[in-house]
Write a protein that binds this ligand. Structure first.
Ligand code: GDP
Length: 455
């Protein structure tokens, strides 16, 4: 596309910084580089060069220049890269010079990556992997994102799609040549066998306990319990900063506060839920409703009680936590003799996987709690090495594929060739949507929206 705009952007972090990387991509990238440094360096070799304003010939900076002719570049287009000194005025000077070149304009968010996708350098799942790699906060997230960037799900989906197309070809041959004597009767058998195998492989990938999605977002641990039990104090101590407002008045934490932790390389999202209790006040009711909802969706609940205040009123026990692990955290052990507390004995301890005694205020018992959380996260994510799916979008596409395969397999084999072919085609299409091979305009904007400018 020769008349396509050439785009440029700062691809490195916020200035001022030691170095600023400015990237230029598009048909006029070579011309732009020549105008700025007076020549084109040898492809893919760093060259030291004076960067001048093309009009005034003023020296803007001295930089390392790189030239990546199409198609062997990040975007698949001609790409020029300058590694400048990372000052505001340097960058502004280079931008001004670039903007003055005909056909050049600043890039929009994610535009480099979008071009890489459009030129077939990355499939859609790799684009998502790239976004995740940039956003990764922990080492486990980084590993998964990198594997996705390198085709963890994309390559597999493409291989599945190819096998499906082969199966489809068999069915279509059977339809087209059904009247001819020399076409083998049983083309359908091998096609359906292949479909069955694919179906089972996809089912295996789907049965991953959503660990990949969890790893992207963090294992969710909700801190819940009656008001004033010390939930906010505990959250602060775990987060080691003033993330939640600690107040001696009951019911001050009305909304849900979220803190992201890195526990031994694994991401954990802590939620401080508003004091779960019934209230007549509408604002508080809303907080309680949200707290219950978030706690119910959590992977683990730390149910915090203050045994010195009478323990856990039974009617406040969150009934909808049936499928969530719950640990009982007896807080404020620095206060009076809690062993005399009778309420704690009322709890049916079998409901809890684990009981800990701590003082969120003084820090006693916190090490044991953190160690237990780390071990839990580690055990939970241990299986992620085999995980393939990292997003709801992937899961949805694979579920659709499997549903289409199931429909194909359920058809009447004798007279159902046309319908079987139709379902196999539908399955191939949903796999194509997963990697972005077919008809994905509607989801592109959503995916690229998350990128920053210069990427
Ligand atoms: P929340 O309503 O459950 O979030 O409770 P807060 O964290 O706001 O704590 C309520 C009150 O209990 C505050 O005055 C805290 O300082 C106090 N508190 C929290 N943890 C402890 C603890 O371990 N020991 C003592 N003595 N007080 C605590």
């Amino acid at each position: 596309m020769p008349d396509r705009p050439t785009i440029f952007a700062l691809s490195s972090g916020r200035p001022p910084a030691a170095i600023a990387v400015v990237r230029v991509s598009g048909p006029r990238a070579g011309i732009a580089l020549e105008k700025l440094i007076g020549r084109l360096p040898e492809p893919r070799k760093a060259a030291l060069a004076r960067v001048r304003d093309p009009q005034s010939k003023d020296i803007i900076d001295e930089a390392l220049a790189l030239w990546f002719p199409a198609p062997r570049s990040e975007t698949g287009e001609d790409v020029a890269e300058l590694q400048l000194h990372g000052g505001h005025a340097v960058i502004a000077g280079v931008f001004e010079a670039l903007a003055a070149i005909e056909g050049c304009r600043p890039a929009e968010a994610g535009e480099f990556t979008r071009r890489a996708f459009e030129n077939g350098r990355l499939d859609l799942t790799a684009v998502e992997g790239l976004a995740d790699l940039i956003a990764a906060e922990t080492q486990a997230q980084r590993r998964l994102a990198f594997r996705q960037l390198k085709g963890l799900i994309g390559d597999r989906a493409e291989a599945w799609r190819r096998r499906l197309v082969e199966a489809l070809a068999l069915v279509e041959a059977r339809i087209d040549f059904s009247d001819e004597a020399d076409v083998p009767e049983d083309l359908l058998g091998p096609a359906l066998y292949a479909a069955q195998q694919l179906r089972d492989e996809i089912a295996g990938v789907l049965a991953d306990g959503r660990r990949g999605e969890r790893l992207r977002n963090g294992l969710v641990v909700a801190i819940a319990g009656p008001p004033n039990a010390g939930k906010s104090t505990l959250l602060n101590r775990l987060a080691r900063r003033e993330a939640a407002i600690v107040s001696p008045h009951a019911g001050t934490t009305r909304d849900v506060i979220e803190v992201h932790l890195d526990l031994d390389g694994y991401p954990v999202t802590l939620l401080d839920t508003a004091g779960i209790r019934d209230s007549a006040e509408p604002v508080e009711q809303e907080g309680v409703r949200r707290a219950r909802e978030r706690a119910a969706a959590a992977d683990l609940v730390l149910w915090v009680i203050d045994p010195s205040a009478g323990g856990l009123p039974v009617n406040e026990y969150p009934e909808n936590l049936a499928n969530t692990d719950i640990w009982l955290v007896r807080n404020k052990i620095d206060l009076a003799d809690t062993s005399s507390c009778t309420h704690a004995a009322n709890l049916s301890s079998s409901e809890y996987k684990f009981t800990l005694s701590i003082s969120a205020l003084t820090g006693v018992g916190m090490e044991a709690l953190t160690a237990a959380l780390s071990a839990h996260a580690k055990a939970y994510f241990a299986a992620t090495e085999s995980v393939v799916i990292t997003r709801a979008r992937h899961r949805y596409a694979l579920e659709e594929t499997m549903a289409a395969l199931d429909r194909a397999l359920a058809r009447d084999h004798v007279n159902g060739e046309e319908l079987i072919a139709e379902e196999l085609r539908a399955a191939a299409t949903t796999l194509g949507r997963l990697t972005g091979r077919v008809d994905v305009e509607d989801i592109l904007d959503v995916i690229f929206r998350d990128f920053c400018i210069g990427k």
